[in-house]
Each structure stands twice: as structure tokens, then as C-alpha cells.
Design a protein around this ligand. Structure first.
Ligand code: SF4
Ligand code: FES
Length: 258
């Protein structure tokens, strides 16, 4: 590692091994970079911004990576960091701070790995397969018009809580990246549970689950073998039992001839 003069003794010098891939057909490789004087208060993406400024200054191609909100809301920023989806903390990559690392660390940064998330460039993957699963059934149909009276469709507290918890899924894809089968069952389970717990989700409930599972399989995601890696990696704490709800709804729909 190159010697550096730190502006603060708490700052870190790090070695980064980052996946570089020119495009979908390029083989790709890990490339080593050094960054110095990294504040523990920086986010992981800000640390990558620092590296990209260095590369730009040298006239080299910056590293392509996705981000949008940088607040843990949009689900754009997923990276595999030293073998862990979103890194060592239970949060999104944009909300991961460099205080989770220590001076002298070597950090490996890779894109999500799944056939259904093809690599576009460097750390950027195409997650439009998730969009197509949502288009297949992750919605409700309602008549527009004036807002209904708030107490017209009471929802028991337990169901409301479970719907809210499931609605926290941000579609980041960490569950797929962490799963040895690259299954998207946790993502789908969250959507099916969110809508299936509410009165508004009932009319399309059985058609929804059949259609979403069929699209999931068509996209090339794998099947669930209950490893639980998805739920451990999920930055929003979506519990594994949403997959049981998904399977239960699918069995009911099939019995009904769905
Ligand atoms: S279930 Fe969790 S890990 Fe999977 S897409 Fe939703 S928020 Fe991300
Ligand atoms: S950039 Fe939006 S969740 Fe990370």
C-alpha cells in the first residue's frame, strides 16, 4: 500500500479489489486500487466517489455503479462487498459507513451475481426482471374517484402490521444475490404478503400469485431450498415466513384451478 499522510489519525488507507467489466460480453476481472485518507464517517458510495475522482483526474475510466436516493429507500445501490450482499452490516450499501472497516483492510467489491440480473457494466446489473415480476401481478386494480371513507374497510392490527412490514421491501435484489439458487422468493413473498393481507388485495389474490411465480421462473430465478440466506441479507428485515405465505397462496390458487 502506498504511504499516505492522513488528515485525521482515524482516517483509513484501504486496498480495493473491484470488478471491472466493459460490457455484457466482456469477461471481466478484479482490479486493485488504493485509496487513502478515507474518513470513517463517509458512506461506502462516497468512498467509491473519491476513487472515481482519482480515476477521472488520471484520465482513467471511472467505475460504473448504481445509486439514486442514497437514503436506503430506492433499492438501486446493491453491491457484493467482501462476499456479503450490501456488506457487513444489515443495511443498504448507501447507508453502510466506512467505520465498519479498519485501516489497512482489503475490500472486494463485486456486482450482484445471478443469471436473471445480467451485468451491464462494472458493478451495474440489469434488475428489470423484478419490474416484469411486478408487472405480472404486484398491483391492485381500483376504480379512481373520490377517496373512500377511511373506516369502510377495517384492517385488523396484526394484518396491518404484517402488510406494513412486507411493504418495506425496496426491491434491491440482495436476497437473490445471497441465495445459492439465485431465487427471488423473498422479494415475491414480500409483495404477495403485502397485498394479500389487505382487503384491497383480495380480488386479484390468486391470479396474482400464479402470474408472479410464472414470471419469476421464466426470468431464470432459481427455486427456494429454505437456506434462509435471503432473509439474513435483506436490509429491510423481511422475514423468511413470507415465503411460506407465498407457497400457501400458490397451493390454494392451484387447487382453485389457477
Ligand atoms: S426482500 Fe429484502 S433483499 Fe429482497 S429485494 Fe426486498 S428489500 Fe431487497
Ligand atoms: S441508493 Fe437508494 S437504497 Fe441505496
Amino acid at each position: 500500500m502506498a504511504t499516505s499522510t492522513k488528515s485525521d489519525p482515524k482516517n483509513m488507507d484501504l486496498t480495493l479489489r473491484i470488478w471491472r467489466q466493459d460490457g455484457p460480453s466482456d469477461r471481466g476481472h478484479l482490479q486493485t486500487y488504493e485509496v487513502s485518507d478515507i474518513s470513517p464517517d463517509m458512506s461506502f458510495l462516497e468512498m467509491l466517489d473519491v476513487l472515481n475522482e482519482q480515476l477521472n483526474a488520471k484520465g482513467e475510466e471511472p467505475i460504473a455503479f448504481d445509486s439514486d436516493c442514497r437514503e436506503g429507500i430506492c433499492g438501486m445501490c446493491g453491491l457484493m462487498i467482501s462476499g456479503h450482499a450490501h456488506g457487513p452490516e444489515k443495511t443498504t450499501t448507501c447507508q453502510l459507513h466506512m467505520r465498519s472497516f479498519k485501516d489497512g483492510d482489503t475490500i472486494t467489491v463485486e456486482p450482484w451475481r445471478a443469471d436473471a440480473f445480467p451485468i451491464i457494466k462494472d458493478l451495474v446489473v440489469d434488475r428489470s426482471s423484478f419490474d416484469r415480476i411486478i408487472q405480472a401481478g404486484g398491483f391492485i386494480s381500483v376504480n379512481t374517484g373520490s377517496a373512500p371513507e377511511a373506516n369502510a374497510a377495517p384492517v385488523p392490527k396484526q394484518k396491518a402490521d404484517r402488510a406494513f412490514q412486507s411493504a418495506e421491501c425496496i426491491g434491491c435484489g440482495a436476497c437473490v444475490a445471497a441465495c445459492p439458487n439465485a431465487s427471488a422468493m423473498l422479494f415475491m413473498g414480500a409483495k404477495v404478503t403485502h397485498l394479500g393481507e389487505l382487503p384491497q388485495g383480495q380480488p386479484e389474490r390468486w391470479a396474482r400469485v400464479v402470474s408472479m411465480v410464472s414470471q419469476h421462473d421464466h426470468e431464470g430465478f432459481g427455486g427456494c431450498t429454505n437456506t434462509g440466506a435471503c432473509s439474513v441479507a435483506c436490509p429491510k428485515g423481511i422475514p423468511q415466513d413470507v415465503i411460506s405465505t407465498l407457497n400457501k397462496d400458490l397451493r390454494t390458487a392451484m387447487r382453485q384451478g389457477g
